[in-house]
Each structure stands twice: as C-alpha cells, then as structure tokens.
Design a protein around this ligand. Structure first.
Ligand SMILES: Cc1cc2nc3c(=O)[nH]c(=O)nc-3n(C[C@H](O)[C@H](O)[C@H](O)COP(=O)(O)O)c2cc1C
Length: 282
C-alpha cells in the first residue's frame, strides 16, 4: 500500500518551488528536469565545500552525517557540522543513529530550523557505525528503520528523506522493498547508492538495481554512484528513470563538475537547474 504524500512533504515540489523562487532553469530543451545534487561525504562536504558546489549549480546540498545523540548533547563538533551558507538552498541535514526517540527529538531540534529537508543515513558501511545498528545496519532491520522514519515525520513539517544502499551483500539485495518501506513510513524521496555494504566504494555502482527501486515506488528517487560527467548523467537517467542524481567523489577537487555537466560536452537533451550566482565562479 502506498501512502499519498502531503504536498509540503513532496521533495519534488519543494525543489521545484525553490527553482521558481529566483532560480533559472534551462529553457527550450523539452527534457524533464533533473536534480543534480551534491552527495554527503563525511570529512569533505563541510559548509565551505557545499557552498562552492551550490555556487556551481548543485540542486541540493547535504551536510556530513550528524549523530542524533551528538545533537542531544549539544557538542561543539556537532554544532560546527550544522553551519550553513545562505546560497545553499535547498539544504538538507543528514542524521544518523538507531534510536527512534532520539531521532524524534533531533527532528524537532531548533538547530535544524534553517534546513529545508531532513535526511536519514541508512547506508553508511563503516564498522564503527554498523556495529551500533546505525547506517547500513538498518537495511537489515526494516522494522526499526520504519520507526525511525515515522519518529522523524511525526515531529517535523519538513520533508524527511532517506539515503541507503542496494543491501548488505550481493545475495541479500533488498533496496526495492526497503524503498517501499521508506515510502510507507512517509519519506518524501529516497537516494539509492547502487552498491552493497560489502562493496564499500569498490566495483561499479549497479544502476539496473536502482531502476528496480524506481519502479517499486512513487516518490522521487535520486540515483547515486559513479556519476562523473554529463554522459553518465544521461545514461543513469535512461537506465533508471530517476528524478535526479547525487554526485559524490567526482565533485571532490572538482566542484565545478555541476557547471561542466550543465554546459559541457556529451549528447542528448537534458534540462538541469542553473543557479544565478554561478557566474561568480566562472
Ligand atoms: C569520504 C566519503 C565520505 C562519505 N560520507 C558519507 C556520509 O557522511 N553520508 C552518506 O550518506 N554517504 C557518505 N558517503 C557516500 C557518498 O555520499 C556516496 O553515496 C558514494 O560516494 C557514492 O557516490 P559517488 O560514486 O558519486 O562517489 C561518503 C563517501 C565518501 C567517499
């Protein structure tokens, strides 16, 4: 059973509105709008880097992962992760943890007021996180994952989104069922990294598996993994039918990739968001 999204929780609408409010979109290409987002990367996507990427055209920026427990303890390190710049818009905060009550309190925390979207990390493969039942471990515990998502949606009016992987191993891929669960719990959109936990960051991202998730849900799906240029973007859109992509490592040391994707070579019509302040960096 699919839940109908409340309009204010619809990420697509939120992003579209933000485009209408002062952002320009490429005209006349006749292709569907694609969101090209910066992926969260702990240790890299701090406020300075995110602001740079937003300036080069990223449709959405997301903080590094923020512990819901750290937020409760009001730690200085957590506070610093929540710094933002005005040109990051829309901006998403990424939370991780495993306790629904802590997520509920985090979702309503005043420190998150400036963010447009709350994202939940259910894809982190790092042993330290996994052993606590957090990050990707939640893919093996969909009941708890459901409780976490609903705990957030009940305590905020912001859209709640989820980022996860294909599953834990090649033999236990469950991304499509997990995506349906997220949708039923009230997630406004999902981002799928096309690798399993076992793969870490090696091998190729499997866009065909992401396509299965797109077919399984009605909410927007952001495809993630190995999108490094405009041709990749066109290909991943063709293969998956995704609403947008998230670019991670290809943006490291190359934050202008968002501009390149917009103006660079490659074939096929594509309509991508363009931010007015992009000229500040050209
Ligand atoms: C150094 C590093 C840190 C990352 N930190 C996070 C994180 O905090 N939260 C998250 O959801 N994903 C994190 N990721 C995963 C990326 O968001 C992305 O899913 C992954 O790199 C695949 O996309 P890519 O092929 O475009 O790099 C991290 C990846 C890297 C390489």
């Amino acid at each position: 059973m699919f839940l109908h999204l409340r309009p204010e929780k619809d990420l697509k609408k939120l992003l579209t509105n933000s485009l209408l409010e002062g952002r320009i979109k490429r005209k006349g290409c006749g292709a569907p709008l694609l969101f090209v987002c910066l992926a969260p990367m702990a240790g890299y996507t701090d406020v300075a880097f995110r602001s740079l990427c937003a300036g080069f055209g990223a449709s959405l920026t997301t903080t590094e992962m923020v512990s819901v427990l750290g937020l409760m303890h009001n730690s200085k390190a957590t506070h610093e992760l929540l710094f933002t710049e005005p040109n990051e818009s829309p901006k998403e905060v990424q939370l991780f943890g495993s306790n629904p009550e802590a997520f509920s309190r985090a979702a309503g925390h005043p420190f998150l007021e400036k963010f447009d979207i709350i994202n939940i990390n259910m894809g982190c493969p790092v042993p330290k996180v996994f052993k606590q039942g957090e990050g990707c471990a939640l893919m093996a515990n969909p009941e708890l994952a459901y409780k976490i998502i609903t705990a957030c949606t009940k305590n905020t009016n912001k859209p709640v989104t989820v980022k996860f992987r294909l599953g834990l191993t090649a033999d236990t891929i469950n991304a499509a069922e997990f995506g349906k669960m997220c949708e039923q719990a009230g997630a406004g959109s999902i981002t799928v990294h096309g690798r399993t936990r076992q793969q870490g960051y090696g091998g190729r991202a499997d866009w065909n598996e992401i396509a299965k998730v797109v077919r399984a849900v009605k909410i927007p799906v952001i495809a993630n993994g190995d999108v490094c240029c405009r041709d990749d973007l066109i290909k991943v859109k063709e293969v998956t039918g995704c609403a947008g992509v998230m670019i991670g490592r290809a943006a490291l040391g190359r934050p202008w990739i968002f501009n390149e994707i917009l103006h660079g070579g490659g074939s096929g019509p594509i309509c991508i968001t363009l931010f007015p302040n992009i000229t500040g960096y050209c």
